[in-house]
Design a binder for this molecule. Structure first.
Ligand SMILES: Nc1ncnc2c1ncn2[C@@H]1O[C@H](COP(=O)(O)OP(=O)(O)OP(=O)(O)O)[C@@H](O)[C@H]1O
Ligand SMILES: Cc1ncc(CO)c(N)n1
Length: 265
């Protein structure tokens, strides 16, 4: 039986991140992707030049239409833009008991651009992250969520511990794409008992746009395929590393990671 994964996220007009990356990642896992769009960004490899929200009523309608008709095997959330949308999404997910939930707390891009307004951060912390099976902040998001600076692996572990205890996600994965030197690409997993370091091969490329979306979508796809959470994260990490190794040198800025590798050999 074909598995179905839902992404609740924003559109990236440049096609590297957001809903475009999520649907592409689902497809390359042979998982059918369904989507609820939260906002539209005018964006390319150089950055985001404009953002417009989808109305909350329309976000809810999309989720309702999907849930009325499909059995959903896993869900990921990405860019949610504002507190009203976050509240509506959190309420929908809670009502429907969608527990295979990956929350990518998109707040700050790796280039430092703010992707979520301040008021929304509280809703994300209070309403959405506590429902997550796993939350996947990047370095800057982890700093915001843990209220501490992150420069070392020990800091990543401490931040994961704080986020776990304060926000009650079942697993916290602090991503290392924003770290420097040999720490780039090392992710820290904390499940309340154990810390695990996921060390990918460091890929020397500027074309890293969409790594975070691709990782969380690949975790959701692997959960939909009935992998346990740790195996899903390991498989997703391998997928992102390979996508970085095949990243596309498009645009003048940070080009997108490449998903076509299964078709290239
Ligand atoms: N140059 C790299 N080499 C190897 N792995 C990397 C590299 N850059 C990022 N990663 C990995 O990509 C995944 C996404 O992490 P990252 O910190 O880049 O997320 P993000 O900032 O949310 O991404 P985005 O750029 O989409 O906002 C993590 O597993 C991270 O370790
Ligand atoms: C739409 C969208 N979602 C997520 C990100 C984070 O990479 C982005 N740049 N754009």
């Amino acid at each position: 039986m074909t598995k179905v994964a839902l992404t609740i996220a924003g559109s990236d007009s440049g096609g590297g991140a957001g809903i475009q990356a999520d649907l592409r990642t689902f497809a390359f896992h042979c998982v059918h992707g369904v989507s609820a769009l939260t906002c539209v960004t005018a964006q390319n490899t150089l950055g985001v030049s404009a953002v417009e929200a989808i109305s909350v009523a329309m976000v809810i309608k999309q989720i309702e239409a999907i849930l009325q008709d499909f059995e959903i095997n896993a869900v990921k959330t990405g860019m949610l833009l504002n507190g009203t949308i976050i509240e509506a999404v959190a309420q929908q997910l809670k009502q429907r008991h969608l527990s295979q939930l990956v929350v990518d707390p998109v707040m700050v891009s790796r280039t430092g651009a703010k992707l979520l307004n301040q008021q929304a951060i509280d809703s994300l912390k209070q309403l959405l992250i506590p429902q997550a099976l796993i939350v996947t902040p990047n370095r800057y998001e982890a700093q915001l969520l843990s209220e501490m600076e992150i420069n070392t692996i020990e800091d990543m572990k401490q931040a994961a511990n704080k986020i776990y205890h304060n926000l009650r996600a079942k697993v916290v994965l602090v991503k290392g794409g924003g770290m420097s030197g040999s720490l780039k690409g090392v992710d820290v997993w904390f499940d309340g008992n154990e810390y695990e370091l996921l060390r990918g091969t460091i890929v020397d490329t500027k074309n890293t746009h969409g790594t975070g979306c691709t990782l969380s979508a690949a975790i959701a796809a692997n959960l939909a395929l009935e992998k346990d959470l740790y195996s899903a994260v390991q498989a997703a990490k391998n997928y992102v590393t390979t996508a970085l190794q095949h990243s596309l040198n498009l645009g003048a800025g940070n080009g997108p990671v490449g998903h076509f590798f299964p078709l290239l050999s």
